[in-house]
Ligand binder design. Structure first.
Ligand SMILES: [Zn+2]
Ligand SMILES: [Zn+2]
Length: 581
């Protein structure tokens, strides 16, 4: 595949780094040095330890080299020649053996006085590389070939972009992302925690996090009720017979917790809500008049994720999903799918998600009956309908052939946070196979039994991932409707407490989440604490406020202060909370 020029610059810089390293550490053994998404790295076997303190001298050397080098000269070598050239380097010898085994040509590339075993992918001339557009980033340990049985090598990472400005922007964005890290803010804002006795990957939602969870559920319930969904509730476990029917067993067993033996049967923690919902569909005889039937549940699922892959709220073992399954006829499918898309757009607007794309995965007709369930007409029809809806609704999408699920086309929804980081939050799937496996049918107008289509959808993804995303997206400055504490009331002195209590109870009566701080800490300290917790509004109440009936409102967003009557504050809060602005 032809790599883009930035990729070539990055890989070329890995040669430059290797050459600079050899200048200071002539006995370092070179291994591999690919380009990566933000730059490049090179893995070395050093006899002396190297650290980030050595970066300045290495970077300076790299800049000198950039001035000297020009093109990369390719040379084809026989196995013998190559092995002679790299006789002192067991890593390169291993790579040469592999290249030969694959039947490929052994090639080296030379620039200046530096030659490396390499398959290519360089800039035409290193003069294209702006000497200020790269920076060595960090040192890390890396096992040779990623295998922990092998020797630990030293990996030097470099950042590299087309221009100095791009590099600086990337570094600034990274710093901002660190500030917004959901694990850091999740702790500071008391949103969630993990506990060894509970187990890894099993988050505990603290009171502030529970507010977020419940507000999201309230939003989903309102939206889904308006769209004609019914809510259901299902147990967290089920017998193996159901998962055998759904196909989760044995195909998905690796992702499930091991079973519990109980009363002679095997029970599994549920890894997906679908089979339970299918059972609800099948619990009574259905007619075309019941369709479309939309069953929704914030369902809790359990997944076996490897402990090394757990990551804050983003990769967990217990997750609550904004799930729903809609059962419909082929004729109803396009409208149902359109309504799902509209729901996404509504949510994107509420959360200020400006950049998003739908990755539409389709089947490959050549693989029907093996990779894909053998329903050629249904595949074509549903894919055409999905495509049509995406085009009509002007939703940006990319089509990815041959990536569909076994049982139907799939859409992964990617969104970008306010600082431009990408998250995959939600998936929609069309399912023609499973309703059949469960024997789900409805009676048509003509009195015939037919299998419905099923759409799986989860626009708000899981609480865990979505809240992780929101923490970063808002940098913890949640809009008023989501904020765990919406108003913090600060009486200046003890004699203002009664009035403050009256204000607090009037706001609470409206459903506003109020924190009345009547402790005897100083006012400055109370305000700082409120700011640290990113409370959107703080009300300071002293003599003047009580006399004039004008409260002093400290506003988080914009950092302004305002005088406002209690009545006007109530109107303002009610509007912001109700309209979720
Ligand atoms: Zn190369
Ligand atoms: Zn499902």
């Amino acid at each position: 595949m032809e790599k883009d020029n930035l990729y070539k610059k990055r890989h070329s810089l890995s040669h430059v780094l290797a050459s600079a390293v050899l200048n200071f550490y002539p006995d370092a053994k070179l291994t591999i040095g690919p380009a990566v998404d933000n730059g490049f790295y090179y893995d070395f076997d050093f006899s002396t330890p190297v650290s980030e303190k050595d970066f300045t001298k290495l970077e300076n050397k790299m800049r000198e080299i950039l001035k000297k080098w020009s093109t990369f000269e390719r040379q084809e070598l026989s196995e013998m020649e190559a092995k002679k050239l790299f006789a002192n380097n067991p890593y390169k010898l291993e790579l040469i053996d592999e290249i030969v085994k694959r039947g490929e040509k052994v090639t080296t590339y030379t620039s200046g006085d530096f030659t490396d075993l390499c398959m290519g992918g360089h800039v035409d001339n290193v003069k294209e590389i702006d000497p200020n557009s790269f920076k060595l980033d960090r040192v890390a340990g890396a096992y040779w070939r990623g295998d922990e049985k092998n020797k630990m090598l030293t990996r030097i990472y470099g950042l590299a972009f087309d221009t100095k400005a791009d590099l600086e922007k990337y570094i600034a964005d990274q710093a901002e992302a660190e500030k917004r890290d959901h694990r850091k803010l999740g702790k500071e804002l008391k949103i969630f925690t993990f506990d060894e006795d509970v187990g890894p990957g099993l988050p505990l939602w603290l009171p502030n996090g529970t507010v977020l969870v419940e507000e999201l559920e309230r939003l989903a319930k309102e939206t889904e009720a308006a769209a004609g969904y019914f809510r259901v509730k299902t147990p967290h476990i089920a017998k193996d017979s159901m998962y055998l029917k759904s196909g989760h067993l044995p195909y998905y067993e690796d992702s499930m917790f091991p079973p519990m033996e109980y009363e002679g049967g095997k029970y599994y923690l549920k890894a997906m809500n679908c089979p339970h919902h299918h059972k609800i569909f099948g619990s009574e005889k259905r007619s075309y008049k019941d369709l479309p039937l939309r069953l929704a549940e914030y369902g809790t699922c359990y997944r076996h994720e490897k402990s090394g892959e757990l990551f804050g709220l983003m990769r967990v073992r217990c997750l609550s999903m904004n799930d729903a399954h809609m059962y419909c006829t082929e004729e109803q499918f396009a409208d149902e799918f359109r309504a799902v898309n509209d729901m996404y757009l509504k949510y994107f607007k509420i959360f200020g998600v400006q950049k998003y794309v739908m990755r539409f995965s389709t089947h490959d007709p050549k693989k029907l009956g093996e990779k894909y369930v053998n329903e050629p007409a249904l595949w074509k029809k549903t894919e055409d309908m999905v495509r049509q809806v995406l085009i009509e609704s002007k939703i940006p999408y990319v089509e990815i052939p041959n990536e569909a699920a076994f049982y139907g086309p799939k859409i992964d929804v990617q969104v970008w946070s306010a600082i431009g980081r990408e998250f995959t939050l939600a998936t929609n799937q069309v399912d023609f196979a499973v309703p059949k496996r469960f024997g789900l049918t409805y009676v048509t107008k003509e009195g015939k039994e037919e299998t419905p289509l099923c759409i799986h959808r989860a626009p708000l993804g899981t609480h865990e991932r979505f809240i992780g995303f929101l923490i970063e997206h808002y940098a913890g400055n949640f809009p008023v409707w989501l904020s765990p504490t919406q108003v913090k009331i600060i009486p200046v002195r003890e004699n203002h407490n009664d009035y403050a209590k009256k204000v607090a109870s009037e706001l609470r009566a409206l459903g506003v989440r109020v924190d009345l701080d009547a402790t005897d800490e100083g006012m400055g300290k109370k305000i700082r604490a409120g700011k640290n917790m990113k409370v959107p509004y703080m009300l300071v109440i002293g003599d003047k406020e009580i006399e004039t009936n004008e409260l002093t409102l400290e506003i988080r967003d914009g950092g302004k202060q305002e005088k406002i009557s209690l009545e006007n504050l109530k109107v303002r809060l009610e509007k912001e909370i109700k309209e979720r602005i």
